[in-house]
Design a protein around this ligand. Sequence first.
Ligand SMILES: NC(=O)c1ccc[n+]([C@@H]2O[C@H](COP(=O)([O-])OP(=O)(O)OC[C@H]3O[C@@H](n4cnc5c(N)ncnc54)[C@H](OP(=O)(O)O)[C@@H]3O)[C@@H](O)[C@H]2O)c1
Length: 321
Amino acid sequence: MREFGFESTTAEVIAGQDLSGRVALVTGASAGLGVETARALAGAGATVWLLARDRAKLDAALATLRAESLPGRLESALLDLADLDQVRGAAEGLLEACPRIDLLINNAGVMACPHGETAQGFEMQLGTNHIGHFLFTCLLLPALKAGAANGREARVVNLSSAGHRFSALNFDDPNYRQRPYEKWQAYGQSKTANVLFSVALDARTQGAGVRSFAVHPGAISTELGRHMDKEDMARMAASFPGGKMAFKTVPQGAATSVWAATAPELEGRGGLYLEDCHIAEAAGADSLGGVQAWALDPVAADRLWQLSEEWVGQSSCGNKA
Ligand SMILES: NC(=O)c1ccc[n+]([C@@H]2O[C@H](COP(=O)([O-])OP(=O)(O)OC[C@H]3O[C@@H](n4cnc5c(N)ncnc54)[C@H](OP(=O)(O)O)[C@@H]3O)[C@@H](O)[C@H]2O)c1
């Protein structure tokens, strides 16, 4: 039995795996954990599509990985999760290019940004982190089911965060129309949505062999902190034992995503929240690690699924098994 933990790296969790012939899509693959996740999957032989919203950053990431002569093929496409029309266009092109998808890593994210709205008027963090990924995944489901049709599971990995503890999903006012915007609460709500989505998706697609997981990658110094000020940094550090944050390197940070996507130990399982390359325990009210009960609640997961279908105007996203 393989044993992994906080310090495990992408290279360690994927060692010995052969992903040749498999197709993986990684969102937010122009920076941070997305690039490293793409590197690990292509390193094991998968064809990997790097997806991001900024063409120049995407091309730079693609050039970096291509220069490493990885065994897997590398492709790229533009995807802006904050515009559902663009998401539809991107999914259409990808379905044409990839009639079969084995792994979808919904990694892109924004954190604690000033108040903003997506092209369709959703609060920016919920809109980018959850709603865009919800529509994108639903549109790709035929290809994911085709990926699973050869007897191997297809997997969807949704990047959540320990920050999900900042807030449950506020079903009364998810888009901050009636309450004052608070950037950390909004991040927490969006990261709770990532877990609820994993639970609801897994319930609907496991019969077709498509399994879904939510991941907390750890604390890693990336561009995600671009909206954090000194006060935010101090408050975050203070929340760690001894006031010292336990950071991971980028290869350690992407390891749980890669483990979720490829671990044989997870076969036949899904709808789970993972951290440090294992299935997380239930969290206490104030604990930094583990998963809050509200994020795994199947009733809330179904409610968010229905609401998300209304938001994206798509009612055939998948039926519950
Ligand atoms: N780093 C951490 O400590 C940490 C902790 C917990 C959870 N996470 C989660 O891990 C995931 C990856 O984070 P990271 O640390 O790698 O952050 P990052 O370095 O900022 O990378 C985020 C990626 O998402 C992309 N993105 C942002 N908005 C987008 C949009 N509207 N459409 C498409 N792509 C978009 C970014 O593109 P641009 O470069 O164009 O902005 C970038 O490629 C996120 O979901 C985050 O919430 C990270």
